[in-house]
Ligand binder design. Structure first.
Ligand SMILES: C[S@@+](CC[C@H](N)C(=O)[O-])C[C@H]1O[C@@H](n2cnc3c(N)ncnc32)[C@H](O)[C@@H]1O
Length: 258
């Protein structure tokens, strides 16, 4: 019977990204619940399995249970209010799906683990889902941090994310064009399916773009340069990679010129 839920940040899929705390936590989990996310699911599941194989002692018994992700709906066509409602409904459906699986656990399966890509603090709904589950079940839970895409992007480009004493703004591609303002400081953009920074080229051509895709994997791609100069190259590299892999995950930093 379930007693504890552990939310474990695993970094970008390279087992060497795991913190010592995450390695210790992984070895305590009886059942990992992983969402089946469709198109890039096979690659993500393989990366998660590699992390478990590397970190969990061979004599430790555990199960991985795939939970089919509920339909999310047409985000791109939604207004901001409808988008928020859509995401909340989707979360509720996910909570129900996980609760159903937890109800079927064996009596000796006491610790459930969620493997979170990167760090659970960045654009990930696992903590909210587990908060909802702990509202229904009598269980304790904890969160173990991991290396996030913005951290790895900064490391690969060998830069800090902020200018001295200045703020960093982290946002999504969906919001970038509307909210970009030089007063925000340097801006990290995630969840951008359409390179929204192209919409800033006319107004801010001198911004520096530091772009990275498949960070932490053997297919890692990096491009850096003046926004107006490199946007077409990034679009081309991104489209080619997407064609090859069937999916792409990228993150970028927009820095103001010195
Ligand atoms: C749902 S969010 C998850 C973020 C994750 N929790 C983290 O800590 O980075 C997915 C977004 O993270 C970024 N991302 C995740 N993995 C990445 C990777 N390997 N390379 C570049 N960006 C990545 C992309 O912006 C992607 O759209």
């Amino acid at each position: 019977m379930i007693k504890r839920i552990r939310i474990i940040g695993i970094g970008m899929g390279d087992p060497r990204h795991l913190t010592g705390e995450a390695v210790d936590a992984l070895a305590t989990v009886d059942v990992f619940l992983v969402a089946d996310k469709g198109e890039r699911s096979a690659d993500l599941l393989a990366a998660r399995q590699a992390v478990c194989d590397a970190a969990i002692p061979a004599d430790r018994t555990y199960r991985v249970v795939e939970v089919t992700d509920p339909e999310r709906g047409p985000d791109a066509e939604r207004s901001p209010a409808a988008y928020g409602r859509g995401v909340r409904d989707w979360h509720a459906a996910r909570v129900d799906a996980y609760a159903d699986v937890i109800a079927t656990l064996e009596p000796h399966e006491e610790t459930v683990g969620f493997l979170v890509w990167g760090d659970p603090a960045f654009y990930d709904s696992t903590i909210r889902i587990v908060d909802a589950l702990t509202g229904r079940l009598d269980v304790e839970h904890d969160v173990i941090p991991g290396i996030s895409a913005p951290q790895l992007l900064a490391a690969r480009h060998r830069v800090p994310l902020n200018r001295i004493g200045a703020p960093i703004h982290v946002t999504t591609g969906r919001r970038l064009a509307d909210e970009y303002d030089p007063r925000l400081g340097d801006v990290v953009v995630m969840l951008d399916g359409h390179l929204a920074c192209r919409g800033l080229v006319d107004r801010y051509p001198d911004l520096e773009l530091l772009w990275g895709a498949y960070l932490g994997s053997a297919d890692e791609l990096l491009v850096r340069g003046r926004l107006a100069d490199v946007i077409d190259e990034v679009a081309r590299v991104r489209a080619d990679a997407r064609e090859r892999h069937g999916w792409v995950m990228d993150t970028y930093l927009l820095r103001q010129a010195d």
